[in-house]
Write a protein that binds this ligand. Structure first.
Ligand code: UDP
Ligand code: MG
Length: 317
C-alpha cells in the first residue's frame, strides 16, 4: 500500500486545528486505499497548539507531530517536516484551511499518472489588500526577470511532492531558505491544478509587511546575483561619465583658466557618487550577511520532541 504524508506547519493554530482535523479524517476515510500519515510541525506556538496536537495523537495514531524548540519560521518548519515524513509522497498544507484538503484526491490522481510535483495555483487570493496584491505582483515580475528559474505567482507551498522531490529538497540545507524557488530549482515533472483560496478560518496571518519584505529579499538573494551585476554596471557607467567630465573640466581649465566656480556641480557629483557607492555597498552587504549566516552552519531548526519522545538522544537531522 502506498503511503501519503500530509505536512502541516502550525504556528498558533489552536483554533484552526479542530476545524482542519475532521476534514482530513474525511479525506483519509474516503481514500482508504492509501496509508496516511499526518505530520504536524509545531513551530514554537505560544498558544495551545501543542496540547491540541497531543490530544489528537492520543486518539489517532495517524497523527504525528514534531515540536520545535521555538518559532523558526514556516520555511524551517517545512524542512523539519521533510525530514520526518515517511510517505511515498507528501502534500504540504496550511493549517488555516486556506488550502482545501478536497483538492488532494485530484493531486493524487496526477501523481499516480507519473507527475512528481503537482502544485496548486490559486484562482482567488481571498481577502487581501490591494497594496499587498500589487506588491506581490511586482516582486514576482522582478524575480522572474532576475533569475533563471521560473518562480510562479499565485503558487505557494500547497502541492504534492513525490518522494524523489522530498529527498532532493532535504539535501538543500541552506539556512536562508526560499522553498518556493527550490521547487523549481530541483526540476522534476510538474503539473498544475487550480483551486479557489478562501480566507483564514481563525487567527491572523503571521505575515506582516516587514516580514514579507524580508521574505522577498531572501527570494532575490538566494536565487540570483543579478543585483551585484547591476551595481557593477551602474558603477561602471557612472565612473565613465565622471571620467569624461573630468577630462572636460581639465581641458576647460587649461584653455580658460579656473576662477572659483562650479560649486553646485561639485556638490551634486559628490552626493550622487556617494549615493551610488552606498547603494552598492548595501547590496554587497546583503550578500555578505547571507554568506556569514551560511558559514555558521547552524542547524535549520531544533526539535524538542517528536510524538512526545525526546529525540536529542538519536541526534537531530
Ligand atoms: N506558519 C509557521 N511558522 C511561522 C508562520 C506560519 O509554521 O512562523 C504556518 C502557519 O501556521 C500556517 C502556514 O504556515 O499553517 C501559513 O501561514 P499564514 O496563514 O500565516 O500565512 P499566509 O496564508 O498569510 O501566507
Ligand atoms: Mg494563511
Amino acid at each position: 500500500m502506498k503511503k501519503i504524508s500530509i505536512l502541516i506547519p502550525c504556528y498558533n493554530e489552536e483554533k484552526s486545528l479542530p476545524l482542519l482535523y475532521p476534514e482530513l479524517v474525511k479525506l483519509m476515510d474516503a481514500n482508504s486505499a492509501y496509508d496516511w500519515e499526518l505530520m504536524f510541525v509545531n513551530d514554537g506556538s505560544t498558544d495551545g497548539t501543542l496540547m491540541e496536537l497531543q490530544r489528537l495523537r492520543q486518539q489517532d495514531r495517524r497523527v504525528n507531530y514534531v515540536d520545535l524548540s521555538r518559532n523558526f519560521g514556516k520555511e524551517a518548519a517545512m524542512l523539519a517536516g521533510f525530514d520526518y515524513v515517511t510517505g511515498d509522497c507528501m502534500v504540504i498544507l496550511d493549517a488555516d484551511m486556506q488550502h482545501p484538503p478536497t483538492l488532494i484526491p485530484e493531486m493524487i490522481k496526477w501523481w499516480e499518472q507519473g507527475y512528481e510535483d503537482v502544485y496548486a495555483k490559486r484562482k482567488s487570493r481571498g481577502r487581501e489588500s490591494w497594496l499587498r496584491k500589487r506588491l506581490s505582483q511586482m516582486f514576482y515580475k522582478l524575480l522572474q526577470r532576475a533569475s533563471r528559474f521560473e518562480i510562479l505567482q499565485d503558487v505557494g507551498d500547497f502541492r504534492l511532492l513525490d518522494r524523489k522531490c522530498v529527498d532532493a529538497l532535504k539535501k538543500m540545507r541552506e539556512s536562508e531558505r526560499y522553498t518556493k524557488g527550490m521547487y523549481s530549482w530541483i526540476g522534476f515533472k510538474k503539473k498544475e491544478v487550480e483551486f479557489m483560496q478562501g480566507d483564514r478560518v481563525a487567527g491572523t496571518s503571521s505575515w506582516s509587511y516587514r516580514r514579507l519584505f524580508s521574505f522577498a529579499l531572501d527570494g532575490i538573494t538566494s536565487f540570483t546575483t543579478a543585483p551585484l551585476r547591476i551595481s557593477t554596471i551602474v558603477g561602471f557607467v557612472v565612473s565613465l561619465c565622471a571620467f569624461i567630465y573630468m577630462i572636460y573640466v581639465f581641458i576647460k581649465a587649461l584653455i580658460w583658466g579656473d576662477p572659483v566656480q562650479g560649486y553646485p556641480t561639485l556638490v551634486v557629483l559628490i552626493l550622487f557618487l556617494g549615493g551610488i557607492q552606498l547603494l552598492s555597498l548595501g547590496i554587497i552587504g546583503e550578500y555578505i550577511g547571507r554568506i556569514y549566516n551560511e558559514t555558521k552552519n547552524r542547524p535549520d531548526y531544533i526539535v524538542r520532541e517528536f510524538n512526545g519522545e525526546n529525540v536529542s538522544a538519536k541526534g537531530n537531522f
